[in-house]
Design a protein around this ligand. Structure first.
Ligand SMILES: [Zn+2]
Length: 220
């Protein structure tokens, strides 16, 4: 379980995972020409490099789309204009052996089904073009840095309510249902997305519910 959770840290960042050596100039969009997508075939995971043109915009950088600003503060948040269509052929490098593989919705789902495991239920919705934050904030884009969004459009709360967010390091989870443990509200259902995955849901039984903290509610 520890390893599983560690694996999700920084999972939502396209750049941090694969291009960490690239130094991005402040306020200068960077364009890339390929991306790694994880798949699973048989009992083996692969990381497949596929062609995809995508542009990375930093916090405060004007991408030309006013929908990519915070609602309350009007600030452009760090995000990526990213689009890849499945199926797509790519290259996987294993040791000295190079193999071509096709990334499909099915083998991406197989990877994430295995990663999440039997505690989670997939509700489909596979879409490689937005990540956990894009799902949780509801704008379906690939968000690299959620800090402006949390600061401008959300406020911290001690009490979970349906629809609020659980902010984690490099990840976010939506609360989809709460229950009561005596007078205390606890998380009983969650929903999340991870990188190229579909939507994964989990139920946490009463009386304790899920053990979460750091809840954020959207500002009215
Ligand atoms: Zn944009």
């Amino acid at each position: 379980m520890i390893l599983f959770r560690f694996g999700f840290v920084l999972c939502c960042s396209l750049v941090a995972m694969f291009t960490f050596s690239v130094e991005r100039a402040v306020y200068a969009a960077t364009t890339y020409s390929s991306v790694y997508i994880e798949i699973r075939e048989g009992n083996t995971d692969y990381s497949v490099n596929v062609p995809a043109t995508w542009t990375d915009y930093g916090n405060g950088e004007d991408c030309g789309n006013t929908a990519h600003k915070t609602s309350k503060g009007g600030r452009f948040f760090g995000h990526i204009h990213f689009s890849v269509t499945l199926p797509v052929n790519g290259v996987v490098v294993i040791g000295a052996t190079t193999t071509s593989k096709t990334v499909t919705t099915a083998n991406v789902k197989a990877y994430w089904d295995n990663k999440y495991g039997s505690n989670y239920t997939s509700s489909g919705g596979e879409n490689p073009n937005y990540n956990c934050w894009g799902y949780a904030f509801g704008n379906s884009i690939w968000i690299q840095d959620p800090s402006y969004i949390y600061a401008d459009d959300y406020s911290s709360t001690q009490t979970p309510v349906a629809g609020c967010l659980i902010a984690q390091s490099g990840h976010v989870i939506k609360v989809s249902e709460v229950g009561s443990n005596e007078s205390k509200k606890v998380v009983t259902k969650t929903s999340e997305k991870n990188r190229y995955s579909g939507i994964y849901n989990r139920t946490y039984p009463l009386p304790d519910g899920g053990n979460f903290s750091s809840f954020y509610e959207k500002k009215p």
